[in-house]
Ligand binder design. Structure first.
Ligand SMILES: Nc1ncnc2c1ncn2[C@@H]1O[C@H](COP(=O)(O)OP(=O)(O)O)[C@@H](O)[C@H]1O
Ligand SMILES: [Mg+2]
Length: 314
């Protein structure tokens, strides 16, 4: 895997307050990396440092192998991003805005402009005035603008804030495409876990200026459940069923008058489920259903992880 961004031991103090404490992580080309944390965690501060809007006190950042400190301009050539709301002229069309921006950037062909418009799905609205755009469309135009110069790294700070579910899905698909098809290393921050879960390949969790962990979304969810999947059985006679299950050396927990749960190794549930069903049916117990419990969501994991730091987060 090719490293896109590399942060090593980043710390930042503003005034008397230390805002970031020794943050280190890497993102890869071709992945959507989620930077997840509650409001005030330090996401924007970290992102501002990466895009050069704030200087860093300690640590080092490299962008596609180029050190930000020593080769700022070269490193910046590989970065595209939106930190605050994208700057747009409302009285110009989307296309005019992009051309304007392309002129400032220099070296951007009309072919490339058309290409990015297509990528963000604005082809049929690009000649309308930006003032008539929805927030979602403006956000997508912002993405188009920030990838005009073919950056290898795209950084977006809470890009889905204020978008409706349809707008979020559109943006999510665009960012996934950019990463998975174009090989861009995408970094998005968010305070919404459910969103990160759907959008990202890996997630780094930050709370109170400290990085708590970096894992794939799947890893995060399975670590928290201890590698077990809960299977729920609905039966006619729970007490008798539990006795029979005990004979199979499985640990079962009664849920209510009709249901009990068995914890089975994730990914290896077929055999034990089949054995349990056979046992129940063989004993004449009515078996009305058998289904895995819904996986623990990232949201629960997030709360569990941040609570291990001893603090409740908002
Ligand atoms: N310019 C600043 N001066 C003082 N404190 C700041 C400044 N910018 C951010 N902070 C503080 O740093 C912490 C992290 O803020 P921020 O990076 O914006 O968090 P997030 O983007 O995760 O919500 C917050 O406690 C915030 O109040
Ligand atoms: Mg922020």
């Amino acid at each position: 895997m090719t490293t896109a961004l590399k942060l090593e031991h980043i710390s930042k103090t503003i005034g008397k307050k230390q805002i970031l404490h020794d943050i280190s992580f890497e993102t890869y080309a071709g992945e959507v990396f989620g930077f997840l944390g509650p409001n005030g965690a330090g996401k924007t501060t970290t992102i501002k440092i990466i895009v050069g809007l704030l200087c860093l006190d300690e640590g080092a950042i490299t962008v596609c192998g180029t050190a930000l400190k020593n080769h700022f301009e070269k490193a910046m050539q590989n970065i595209g991003g939106i930190v605050e709301n994208p700057e747009m002229y409302k009285y110009l069309t989307g296309m005019q805005n992009l051309r304007q921006y392309a002129r400032m950037r220099g070296n951007v062909s009309q072919k490339r402009i058309d290409e990015v418009v297509e990528m963000v799905g604005l082809s049929n609205r690009i000649h309308e005035k930006v003032g008539h755009y929805s927030l979602g469309m403006r956000q997508r135009l912002g993405v188009a603008q920030s990838i005009l110069h073919h950056p290898k790294v795209l950084i977006l700070d809470e890009p889905t804030n204020g978008l409706d579910p349809a707008g979020i899905k559109e943006l999510r698909d665009i960012l996934k495409n950019l990463a998975h098809k174009e090989g861009v290393g995408v970094l998005v921050s968010s305070h919404l876990m459910s969103e990160m879960e759907m959008m990202c390949d890996r997630v780094g969790i930050i709370a109170e200026g400290k990085l708590i962990g970096v894992q794939t979304v799947e890893e995060l969810i399975s670590t928290s459940s201890g590698g077990k999947t809960g299977f729920v059985f609905t039966v006619s006679d729970v007490p008798r069923a539990l006795e029979l299950i005990a004979g199979l050396n499985q640990e079962a927990t009664r849920l209510d008058g009709r249901r009990f749960q068995v914890a089975l190794p994730s990914g290896e549930t077929d055999e034990p489920v089949s054995a349990i069903c056979a046992k129940l049916i063989g004993a004449g117990i009515g078996l009305y259903g058998a289904a895995p419990m819904e996986n623990k969501k990232l949201e629960d994991v997030f709360i569990a992880l941040t609570e291990t730091g001893g603090k409740q987060i908002g």
